[in-house]
Ligand binder design. Structure first.
Ligand code: 5AD
Length: 363
């Protein structure tokens, strides 16, 4: 029996759980009317649960030095072509001050994965200094890869409230295919569990449109993320990076198809986890100039404007075609303000913007 999109969406907007077959049907949509109906339903659910408010997370790319060697990632350890950098504590505090002055309620510190004491200490000190410089008024998210429970505890104590760690895919054989042998799926999952135990607001997500990944896989990913019961979702389309092994094995890359699939995933994620925070990621914008607005219309409620000094941005490229390489923080803020008001939404300036999901859990 073929499932009717209208019926699936009617169930979803009434808060009834979606099944795998429902999600596969939604992800396989190619008809324009069905496509619009999906976004409309996701937007309705978003307005009801998180409202038409976009929260800014000032993104600071702190370092592109990475001990991991993921086959798709531009800053993988083996990529000799990329000049490596690490911001100083002062650089990071300065970017945090700018975000604070401009009433961003929250920051994301993202960087390559480094597991050693010096790095642990560096991040601890950075957290302490940035809170001191901004009166403890900013919510801070870390996105620094897999870490031991002890390290996560120390960073949490030093003022990290949230953590993003993508599962990349819930299909373990696909994970094995795109990571070296010593980089396993199970410890990553363990780390997500440790983050929750240590009291973080936890975010995860997957890459969308990896070669070999099907709509069934993506439906499984969504159900897996739902069962992990996370507070935040960060996911975006896979985009090849020319200096990675995966790009060399790729026949062709269809930008429009990846953008569409990415947007359908966001819409489905909003239906599956109505009260989570979900980012319209930069990868969407890399595929289309208006990709992030499309993401907001598809159900996302978070954007992460880059507040890193533009002189370092070029070296932090996970995929080709990263947008806004030369734009400074002020230009990017003004551009986003315009884009967000063009779709009738407002910006939650000065607010932490926890997900209603998290607030409900701790209340
Ligand atoms: N395309 C899209 N996303 C990528 N990431 C890394 N490389 C790519 C790529 N080529 C994502 C991964 C990682 C996050 C920081 O960036 O999902 O978790």
């Amino acid at each position: 029996m073929t499932l009717l999109v209208g019926e699936i969406l009617a169930r979803a907007t009434r808060g009834r759980p979606l099944l795998k077959d429902d999600l596969v049907r939604l992800l396989e949509i190619s008809d324009e009317t069905e496509y619009q109906a999906l976004f409309q339903a996701a937007y309705e659910v978003k307005r009801e649960h998180v409202g038409p408010v976009v929260y800014f997370r000032g993104l600071i790319e702190i370092s592109n030095i990475c001990q991991k060697d993921c086959l798709y990632c531009g800053i993988r350890k083996s990529n000799q072509k990329v000049p490596r950098f690490r911001l100083s504590v002062d650089d990071i505090v300065e970017a945090a001050r700018w975000a604070h002055t401009n009433r961003y309620g929250s920051l994301v510190l993202q960087g390559g994965e480094i597991q050693d004491d010096k790095h642990t200490q560096f991040i601890t000190e950075t957290l302490q200094q940035l809170h001191a410089a901004t009166g403890g008024e900013l919510a801070v998210t870390l996105s620094l890869g897999e870490q031991s429970r002890d390290v996560l505890r120390r960073w949490h104590q030093a003022g990290a409230h949230r953590y993003l760690l993508r599962l990349e895919t819930s299909r373990q054989d696909l994970y094995r295919q795109y990571h070296p042998e010593d980089h396993l799926w199970a410890p990553r999952l363990q780390c997500l569990e440790d983050l929750r135990t240590e009291g973080y607001q936890v975010g995860t997500g997957v890459m969308i449109g990896l070669p070999g990944q099907t709509c069934e896989d993506l439906a499984d990913d969504l159900l897996y993320i739902r069962d992990l019961d996370v507070d935040m979702i960060g996911m975006g389309p896979f985009i090849p990076h020319g200096d990675t092994p995966l790009a060399h094995h790729l026949p062709t890359y269809d930008k429009a198809a990846h953008l569409n699939l990415g947007l359908k995933m966001l819409a489905c994620a909003r239906l599956v986890l109505p009260d989570a925070n979900m980012a319209a990621t930069t990868a969407l914008q890399a595929l289309s100039d208006t990709g992030r607005e499309m993401g907001l219309i598809a159900g996302a409620n978070i954007v992460m404007p880059n507040v890193t000094d533009p002189k370092h941005r070029r070296a932090y490229q996970l995929y080709d075609g990263k947008p806004s390489l030369d734009e400074n923080s002020e230009q990017s803020r003004l551009g986003l303000e315009k884009r967000i008001s063009s779709i009738g939404e407002s910006i939650g300036y000065g607010l932490w913007g926890n997900s209603p999901r998290f607030d409900k859990r701790v209340s």
